[in-house]
Design a protein around this ligand. Structure first.
Ligand code: SF4
Ligand code: SF4
Length: 348
């Protein structure tokens, strides 16, 4: 029997939810959601669990990760309980629960703390630049080493343990029996979802957004590969240079549309942007844009006289790697992919 947390509503509001207690259980949201099945009431079950404060059941559920926020349930809710936004808030809440450091929750809930983290990283980069006497080749070299070390360290010490905690909450603690052979058999599901996010196609009218996401994932991973593995800023190989330009342009064009959509609140997913959502798209845009400009300045031979540009790019990179990837919205991409894998495990 799950324990009721009477404070749960209050807690969830800190993650962006607001009117879900207005739900009178009419079932419109379940009727309209394309993820609903005879056995699975989407998203009403999560609304009920949230209203009742059944925190352990929520932590054991993978449903918030299955929702791709098409917003149809919110549009048709007669009580304006905004079940789509509730699912989004549950994803933020779960991200905080999986994170062993506790930093995700703090950064989601307290904006001044996030701003302080951004300011500290900026100061760290400025201090580093000053310490190496603004020597461009040293900054480029250490910036490149930082990327590799950050990926390894964050992956090993933050993301991997958090995935293990997600597995504990959703598979081990609820005592779901999964034979080892199922882990092997279902592994393909993990990679398919990670690279294609194909579950998003389950929502009606979501094809364009899904396509944009797909392009963004490919563009982002390619940019990462080009800068880290192919050392884009220091190579003279024309193919690598051209490829880097191409992927950085893709990243910043797609993110312009995402930022624009968030600002204009064109889609349901953009109606109630939290600071973490904005930081994610804006920093992704800065990454693509500043990487493109740094390489362009190298090719025009004017980076030496405009070192501020590389310092700006490095700041964006450090904030992305130390704040947004391990503790911010980036983790949704990872948890969503693993959620699809775990769903497959549970189905057997
Ligand atoms: S449509 Fe609104 S009121 Fe009806 S069950 Fe869903 S959340 Fe509750
Ligand atoms: S936002 Fe879309 S996918 Fe998510 S619960 Fe609502 S109708 Fe279903």
């Amino acid at each position: 029997m799950s324990r009721i947390n009477p404070e749960f509503s209050k807690e969830l509001r800190k993650y962006g939810a607001f009117d879900f207690n207005a739900c009178y259980n009419c079932g419109n949201c379940t009727a309209v959601c394309s993820l609903s099945t005879a056995e699975s009431s989407f998203p009403r079950e999560m609304v009920r669990l949230s209203v009742l404060g059944l925190e352990e059941d929520i932590q054991a559920s993978l449903k918030p990760w299955e929702c791709y926020y098409c917003g149809e349930c919110s549009t048709l809710c007669p009580q304006e309980a905004d079940p789509g936004e509730l699912m989004m808030s549950l994803r933020r809440y779960l991200t905080a629960k999986y994170d062993w450091t506790g930093l995700s929750g703090l950064l989601y809930k307290y904006l001044p703390l996030t701003l302080t983290a951004f300011a500290l990283t900026l100061m760290g980069v400025l201090y580093f630049a000053h310490a190496v006497d603004y020597e461009l080749s040293t900054m480029l070299h250490i910036g490149h080493i930082f990327e590799g070390i950050a990926i390894g360290t964050i992956g090993l010490f933050i993301l991997l343990p958090n995935i293990a905690r997600m597995w504990y909450f959703t598979i081990l603690k609820p005592k779901v029996k999964v034979p080892f052979s199922n882990y092997v058999k279902s592994m393909g599901e993990l990679f398919v979802h990670m690279f294609t996010q194909k579950r998003a196609l389950g929502c009606d009218d979501n094809q364009f957004r899904w396509f944009e996401h797909l392009i963004l994932v490919i563009g982002y991973l390619s940019l990462l590969f080009t800068t880290v593995a192919l050392n884009w800023f220091s190579t003279s190989n024309i193919l690598i240079i051209s490829f880097g330009y191409l992927v950085s342009v893709i990243v910043f064009i797609v993110t312009i549309d995402f930022v624009n959509s968030r600002i204009k609140k064109q889609k349901a997913v953009s109606q109630h942007s939290q600071p973490s959502d904005l930081f994610f798209v804006i920093w992704l845009f800065f990454m693509g844009f500043s990487a493109f400009m740094v390489r362009l300045f190298i090719d025009l031979n004017i980076l030496e006289t405009n070192k501020w540009l590389y310092i700006f790019h490095l700041t964006v990179l450090v904030q992305w790697a130390l704040i947004i990837v391990p503790f911010g919205k980036w983790t949704h991409f990872l948890y969503r992919s693993f959620a699809m894998f775990f769903v497959k495990l549970k189905e057997g």
